[in-house]
Design a protein around this ligand. Structure first.
Ligand code: SF4
Length: 338
């Protein structure tokens, strides 16, 4: 028998935040290339993001976090997305494709990991940043002026002189700022940042995170920050959601999740964050690998890797239960109380 894993009540953002975006029972099925069947990548995810809130979505590769983010923006045409996605009270899954185009690059914008694959090598930086506005009917001079303003805001060196430069003339960190500028020039209320610093070295990574921190605070911009690296989350996000095998297994304020992780998977991720004083040959890694979505184990999908697994874990999907400071989906809490 599988337990119902729906949340008690609607998902809510952090304390004192007004809900900006909300996913309820968000499920994403992807067609399998050979044959007509589909595979479930995201399985009934619930969460909310508040106005101006910074929320991290964390998990190993293949956990479904990028697919979740892309589903919010309906970016994968082949995906079958069900459940409910609300933004500022509107049901995004009910919008026409035309209306959705206005939302993308308008209220919600997204940045990806690899700026070079996103930038057009044959188009100037100024034109690429302005293009988001041009598509929305803004005049050429005004779009260029606003492109320059946002490049300045993101501290791109000598932005006015370099509006007519090409991407190859910029360093990796500066290119990531340009991609951020393309996302921010439309003045979104929610920025989805999918591993935006993974391809950068640690020093540049810190600079980009500082920038995001500043811009988010100054603009009241909500950020959904997707990463496999829990270490990146601590200084940036207010809340964290941990995803495993298509489900959110724990969420809560960054302070409470780091101080007292409730889910064995979260504990493993925290243990795997390298520390400055640690020998490189003593780095911890969670044993095993996440299951592919077409071969999820029964019960708790983490059970083959979990050193705390007991009989119900092999049989029943754990319900997501409230715990102090957040929620967790683990039978240990059902049996011991939060
Ligand atoms: Fe481990 Fe069981 Fe909790 Fe899953 S439900 S994380 S297997 S203890």
């Amino acid at each position: 028998m599988h337990m119902d894993r729906t949340f008690q009540g609607s998902p809510t953002p952090g304390p004192n935040a007004t809900t900006l975006a909300r996913a309820v029972g968000l499920t994403v099925d992807m067609p399998v290339q050979l044959g007509a069947s589909s595979v479930r990548i995201v399985d009934g995810v619930d969460f909310a993001i508040g106005v101006g809130e910074r929320v991290a979505l964390v998990g190993e590769s293949g956990s479904g976090k990028s697919v979740t983010a892309r589903a919010l923006m309906r970016l994968d045409r082949a995906a079958r997305v069900s459940g409910r996605v609300e933004f500022a009270g509107r049901d995004l899954l009910a919008l026409s494709e035309r209306e959705m185009t206005q939302v993308r690059g308008g209220d919600i914008a997204m940045v990806f990991q690899d700026p070079m694959s996103f930038l057009d090598p044959l188009m100037t930086i100024g034109d690429q940043v302005a293009e988001t506005l041009r598509i929305r009917g803004v005049g050429k001079a005004d779009a260029r002026r606003r492109a320059l303003a946002v490049l300045d805001e993101l501290r791109v060196d000598r932005a006015a002189e370099r509006l007519d430069a090409y991407p190859h003339e910029f360093s990796g960190g500066m290119r990531q700022r340009v991609v951020l500028a393309m996302a921010l020039v439309g003045e979104p209320r929610l920025l989805i940042a999918d591993e935006p610093t993974t391809a950068l070295d640690v020093r540049v990574q810190d600079q980009v995170l500082d920038l995001l921190d500043d811009v988010s605070a100054r603009r009241g911009l909500a950020v959904l920050f997707i990463t496999h690296d829990l270490g990146v989350v601590a200084g940036f996000a207010e809340r964290v959601m941990v995803m495993y095998s298509g489900r959110i297994v724990e969420d809560g304020s960054v302070d409470s999740v780091f101080a007292r992780p409730r889910h064995p998977y979260t504990r493993g991720l925290i243990k795997a964050v390298p520390r400055i004083d640690q020998d490189l040959d003593r780095l911890y890694a969670i044993p095993g690998a996440p299951p592919p979505p077409f071969a999820r184990p029964t019960g708790c999908a983490f059970h083959p890797r979990c050193d705390a697994a007991f009989a119900p874990c092999l049989r029943d999907v754990p319900a997501v239960l409230p715990v102090e400071g957040g929620r967790a989906a683990c039978h240990l809490h059902a049996s011991q109380g939060a």
